[in-house]
Design a protein around this ligand. Structure first.
Ligand code: SF4
Length: 117
């Protein structure tokens, strides 16, 4: 049995899509490119589940180290954030979340009560 990668809905009832659904990267569990580099950590990061309304880290991928965008292992947050903020998906999440947008995973963990400040 695979992981549940289903979507949450936005305030207007429309589905909130995760990065692998928007980019069709194929690096989520069961994806067609998993055999190349493995499963992307954004698609399995349990502590990020729910951030910006996504499944696992699917809507806060820019804050997760070692993601697999572009077909290569990305580095730390500091190393990749400049390219991530240029990604159309980043802008899409900003627009969809409005005032409820979280840039940093640690901020979402603190607000959601999953981790103390
Ligand atoms: S972070 Fe990039 S490689 Fe990883 S699941 Fe999202 S779109 Fe795919």
């Amino acid at each position: 049995m695979g992981q549940d990668l289903s979507r949450d809905s936005g305030s207007d009832g429309s589905p909130l899509r995760n990065c692998w659904e928007v980019t069709a990267c194929g690096r989520e569990p069961g994806g067609e490119r998993v055999d190349e580099l493995g499963v992307c950590p954004a698609a399995t990061c349990a502590e990020a589940d729910g951030a910006n309304g996504g499944r696992f880290g699917g809507r806060i991928c820019w804050s997760i180290a070692g993601t697999l965008c572009g077909g290569r292992v990305q580095g730390s947050w500091a190393a990749k954030i400049l390219s991530c903020v240029m990604c159309p998906f980043f802008d899409q999440v900003v627009q969809e979340q409005g005032g409820g947008f979280f840039l940093h995973l640690h901020d979402w963990l603190r607000i959601s009560g999953r981790r103390r400040a």
